[in-house]
Design a protein around this ligand. Structure first.
Ligand SMILES: [Zn+2]
Length: 753
């Protein structure tokens, strides 16, 4: 019997194990839905595929190709490992064979994915009559190759950041590409949401503007993981009509998917055993049986903590080269490539990773995947689970819930997960800051006509503003760029800023850089005295030089890690829409002042609090959008002030998590603040705000769909087994004087009345 089958049977026979299982789902083996190779594709491509053992196409591939060849824009929505790359590679290559002056541009969210794609393209095109030149163009491309790629690259594979900062601003060097651009491929489309998506939509506006200038009119082929609104997101990104292909025709091997809720250790407080400790136990059993396993954690800290625990559990001494590795952003590329290689060759038996490995980076197929904590979205969960599963034989995925409300909601409502996904991906291409930034970039690239539209956006006022600021000047009804600087360089698509803090290890006489963190996370992660974990080793931050963007660390061995607290102040600036009723709701502009003021030391394993210390770093200020609900006295009837306060604090803890579930955000993308008497409304008010300058659409969507989210919050509270409130529902009890659970429930009833 295969090792995994044997272990699954053992788990099934173990009542202690099974008492933690809320759902054991077996995704059965299924046969594929096959179509003959269409004769309107180049026959030599068919031969190339047959040499690789592919005789027929899956139904979704055939439908997508058909749509593309009929000159439609198309978005393909199918799971991991369903052969979606052929949906674009086949029509693109076929048309390049017929007209080798045509060009295609491929966009992937990361460099690693671009690299993988080029490898695949080269294998597919190796024996064709026509020589097709496919190359990545990104920060790693050798300078000597760049000119050749610009002039004669048939398929240029890059990422949105590179398109934004290096290709579009230098379009005059890319005339061959833009004049003959026939297809634009955008893979992993669901990644383009929130801030990143809002930026990318504007990069696409610039791209289309340049294509129009050179006289080309490319078609778009997009691919996405399953979300509730693929057509809507795609239309938001490309602003054109398109066709959605969503039925998966690929065969599947049997997969066991287990929802695992760690045992309660304190029912009154709703406390459960740590998901990391449970993962350590399960991963140990798998790895000891030589079953290759990937373990996803929700944070970089989780990677390091679990790596330490697992190596201890398997009796591997620190510093010893081992078959168990950590993998996350902040490791240097060389280190990561070695781990990927080890996974493919099977020398690495277990890897603990953040979502850095969730995307299609080639690490081969593993046997088992453990997720410690809900990955934050259903789409991500399926992608992570897709990391296990070979062509034949069974595979395993286990979702281990933690005590957070969203996790408890998912394990208690598995049908939400296995049914039709409720997740909507949002972006706001017209975020004023993001839009203005890209209008600057676009104006640098080509002058604007006085009344020109930018995609669907009316930008007359922005152009006027930029003229007033002496960035543009108007002559003959055209706006021309007049600054010396080059705007794209300062604008990062991934965050409000791209300045990172580098981490310098000063343990040895020769200091060396061991990693980096972004500027906004730095006060939380590398404040003075923080314990920074890297490669299973601990470092203490001796000094964070915020001005110079450097954190100096020294290796230490202590029995704790650190966790910093963030405090925020909110002020309302402008109301966009409001509605009064039993309760009032509105959304608009707000100003947030945030300060990291203290940190806690938390002991390993027991997670007990070992003390705290101050953090002395400057306050940060942000303008963004917020949604808020305020409660007039009539709605609250006889509720006392402390009842209202406790209820508001509970909802402020719970709602960002529940909202993030429906809006495909990270709970960190949405923050909440409660005020018992808000200066602006003069009423008890709960604010939920977009945690990005200018907001990216969450607040507007909350204003529209708040009832659905409030109803889900009510279910979290009523499903929770605690009595007075706990971290699994409304946060620790008695934060506002009264327990909190009943109080939050009362406010929810008021809102839903
Ligand atoms: Zn609870």
């Amino acid at each position: 019997m295969p090792k995994l089958t044997e272990l699954l049977q053992q788990w099934k026979d173990d009542p202690a194990f099974m008492s933690n299982v809320t759902r054991w789902s077996v995704v059965p083996e299924s046969e594929g839905d096959y179509y003959d190779f269409p004769d309107y594709l180049e026959p030599q491509l068919h031969e190339a595929l047959m040499r690789r053992g592919i005789e027929k196409l899956y139904s979704h591939q055939a439908k997508a190709i058909d749509a593309v060849l009929q000159d439609n824009n198309v978005v393909v929505v199918t799971p991991t490992a369903s052969g979606k790359t052929l949906c674009y590679n086949l029509p693109v290559i076929s048309s390049l064979i017929r007209d080798s002056s045509s060009r295609a541009l491929y966009l992937f969210p990361t460099k690693a994915l671009s690299q993988d794609q080029v490898t695949e393209l080269r294998e597919l095109t190796a024996n064709l009559d026509t020589n097709l030149y496919c190359h990545t163009y990104d920060g790693d491309t050798e300078p000597g190759l760049r000119q050749g790629i610009r002039r004669s690259g048939h398929i240029v594979v890059t990422n949105p950041d590179m398109l934004h900062s290096a290709i579009l601003p230098h379009h005059t060097k890319w005339v061959q590409l833009f004049q003959n651009l026939k297809y634009i491929v955008i893979d992993e489309m669901h990644q383009y949401r929130g801030v990143f998506g809002s930026h990318v939509a504007n990069v696409i506006r610039r791209l289309k503007r340049i294509c129009a200038f050179y006289g080309s009119n490319p078609k778009f082929i997009l691919c996405s993981a399953t979300i509730a609104n693929p057509g809507e997101l795609a239309a938001l990104l490309i602003e054109e009509p398109l066709q959605v292909v969503a039925e998966n025709g690929a065969p599947q091997a049997e997969k066991h998917f287990i929802f695992y809720n760690p045992p309660t250790i304190n029912p009154e407080l709703g406390l459960r055993r740590s998901s990391l400790l449970e993962a350590q136990g399960l991963a140990g059993e798998l790895i000891r049986r030589d079953i290759q396993t990937i373990i996803f954690t929700r944070s970089r800290l989780g990677v390091e903590v679990l790596l330490t625990y697992l190596r201890q559990g398997l009796k591997i001494r620190p510093g010893e080269d081992s078959a168990i590795k950590g993998y996350r952003g902040g490791y240097l590329p060389r280190e990561r490539r070695a781990i990927e290689e080890g996974l493919r060759r099977g020398t690495v038996k277990g890897v603990i990773s953040t979502n850095a490995l969730e995307l299609g980076i080639d690490i081969g197929a593993l046997d088992a995947c453990l997720m410690t904590g809900y990955p934050g979205s259903i789409a991500s969960t399926w992608q992570q689970a897709g990391r296990s599963g070979r062509r034949s034989g069974i595979s395993l995925a286990v979702l281990i819930a933690n005590s957070e409300p969203l996790n408890q909601y998912i394990v208690a409502n598995p049908d939400y997960f296995f049914g039709r996904t409720p997740e909507r991906a949002l972006a706001d291409p017209d975020n004023l800051i993001i839009l203005t930034n890209h209008v600057r970039c676009a104006a640098f690239e080509l002058p604007f006509d006085k009344y020109e539209q930018f995609g669907r956006a009316n930008i007359g006022e922005i152009l006027q503003f930029l003229e007033d600021e002496d960035v543009l000047y108007l002559s003959d009804n055209r706006y021309h760029w007049m600054e010396d600087t080059y705007p794209a360089e300062e604008i990062s698509l991934r965050s409000a800023t791209r300045e990172n803090v580098v981490i310098v290890d000063t343990t040895d006489r020769q200091p060396r850089v061991i990693g980096e963190v972004d500027r906004f996370s730095a006060p939380m992660l590398v404040h003075d005295e923080a314990i920074y974990m890297h490669g299973g080793r601990q470092f203490q931050v001796e000094k964070l030089d915020f001005e110079e963007k450097k954190a100096y660390v020294r290796q230490v061995e202590v029995n704790y890690f650190t966790d910093a607290n963030l405090s925020v102040d909110l002020k309302t600036l402008e109301v966009f829409e409001e509605e009064s009723g039993k309760v009032n709701r509105a959304w608009g502009d707000v100003r947030i002042n945030a300060l990291v003021s203290m940190f806690k030391k938390i002991r390993f394993n027991t997670h007990e609090n070992l003390g705290s210390g101050p953090v002395d770093l400057p306050e940060t200020e942000m303008h963004t959008t917020a949604f808020w609900i305020s409660f007039p006295p009539a709605a609250l009837e006889s509720m006392s002030l402390s009842t209202v306060q406790s209820g508001l604090i509970g909802l402020a803890n719970l709602l960002p998590q529940v909202a993030a579930f429906f809006l495909m955000g990270d709970p960190r993308d949405l923050h909440a603040v409660s005020q018992v008497k808000a200066p602006f409304t003069e009423l008890p008010t709960l604010f939920l705000y977009d945690n990005f300058p200018g907001g990216v659409g969450y607040s507007a969507e909350l204003y529209r769909s708040y009832r659905e989210i409030i109803r889900a919050a009510r279910k979290v509270i009523s499903d929770c087994q605690c009595f007075e409130g706990c971290p699994s529902c409304i946060g620790p009890a008695y934060q506002g004087g009264e327990p909190g659970k009943q109080q939050a429930f009362q406010l929810i009833e008021v809102i839903l009345q």
